[in-house]
Design a binder for this molecule. Structure first.
Ligand SMILES: Nc1ncnc2c1ncn2[C@@H]1O[C@H](COP(=O)(O)OP(=O)(O)OP(=O)(O)O)[C@@H](O)[C@H]1O
Ligand SMILES: [Mg+2]
Length: 302
């Protein structure tokens, strides 16, 4: 697990961030950045580099390895610190709070500006990276820094999708993005998987969710990872989140993903409320969403 670096931020100094971003720049060329190159990448004197390396190593923000040369690389914590620092500098974030969730591929924290927000650090590529690199020869610099690139790309994709969908689709409002981190509005409510509805509410909620999928489709996106774990429900309605894997509707597998999303949703409601949810032909629903005719289908099909 990646440690929460928010507590470290107050003790880090501007030059520490120069060093971290110097290593980040060097990592575009190789996974382990030569110590000799750090003054150039960071704009710090060799003495200053030495002092900053010590501070950052001690705090677990970077790692050191000596094979053919003395090299340094960012730990995920160092990358988190860079993103968080940038978001604070931009006044996107002013306070850091507790964990909101640890996903398979993310860490989500509550943060604040003038209102409660959620900060999601993407971790795509992290688990893989750790496993693959355990026994690896670090001088073989194939596919270096893939975790950093993969996580940043996932954050960029998720942010772009939220920007396109909000506010036509009920998704968390996107606020800002930097590196592998996105900031969005904090959702109220609970995960659908933990919510229980009265019998007479069940079909209404299912219908709301299918309508959001239809709206997303009109905005030319398919979620592609729809489940009861990626939906929040509250008094005000439903919110669909976790969009990094979403595909545009002209993607070759879009139709298949849409069918799967619809099947997952209806399947969940049918398993949980067999007495209320009738057998629904998922293909008909998916086809209607694709054809943009979901609204006219509703009355009799659901
Ligand atoms: N905007 C938000 N407001 C409040 N809580 C959030 C928000 N975004 C995410 N969370 C919480 O963090 C958890 C993980 O978020 P998300 O599903 O986006 O990450 P993930 O790692 O992709 O998840 P998965 O395990 O589905 O791959 C969610 O289940 C939710 O509880
Ligand atoms: Mg999720």
């Amino acid at each position: 697990m990646v440690r929460n670096v928010a507590g470290l931020l107050p003790e880090l100094e501007t030059e520490d961030f120069y060093l971290l971003s110097g290593i980040e720049q060097g990592m575009r060329f190789s996974e382990w950045v030569q110590r000799e190159k750090l003054p150039t990448f960071s704009g710090l004197t060799p003495e200053e580099v030495e002092y900053r390396l010590e501070r950052c190593l001690k705090r677990g923000l970077i790692e050191k390895k000596t094979i053919q040369y003395e090299g340094y690389t960012l730990a995920f914590e160092g990358y988190d610190a860079l993103a968080l620092h940038t978001l604070v500098e931009r006044d996107t974030i002013s306070e850091f709070g507790s964990s909101l969730g640890v996903g398979k591929e993310s860490d989500v924290y509550e943060v604040r500006s003038y209102k409660p927000l959620a900060l999601k650090y993407h971790r795509e590529g992290y688990t893989n990276f750790r496993e693959v690199h355990k026994e690896r020869d670090y001088t073989a610099d194939r596919d270096h820094v893939s975790w950093m690139y993969t996580a940043r790309k996932a954050a960029e994709r998720e942010y772009e999708t939220l920007e396109t969908l909000y506010p036509d689709v009920s998704v968390p409002r996107p606020i800002d993005q930097n590196r592998h981190a996105i900031v969005m509005e904090k959702m109220d409510g609970v995960e659908l998987s933990r919510a229980t509805f009265e019998d007479d509410q069940v079909l209404g909620v299912l219908e709301l969710l299918l309508r959001e999928l239809a709206r997303a489709h009109e905005s030319r996106y398919v979620h592609a990872d729809m489940s009861e774990y990626n939906v929040f429900v509250s008094e005000d309605g439903v919110t669909i989140f976790d969009w990094p894997q979403a595909v545009p509707t002209d993607h070759e597998n879009a139709a298949e993903f849409l069918r799967r999303d619809v099947t997952n949703l209806i399947g969940y409601f049918r398993r949980k409320y067999p007495q209320v949810v009738p057998e629904i032909d998922t293909a008909t629903v998916a086809n209607a969403i694709e054809a943009g005719s979901f609204e006219s289908l509703e009355a009799d099909a659901i």
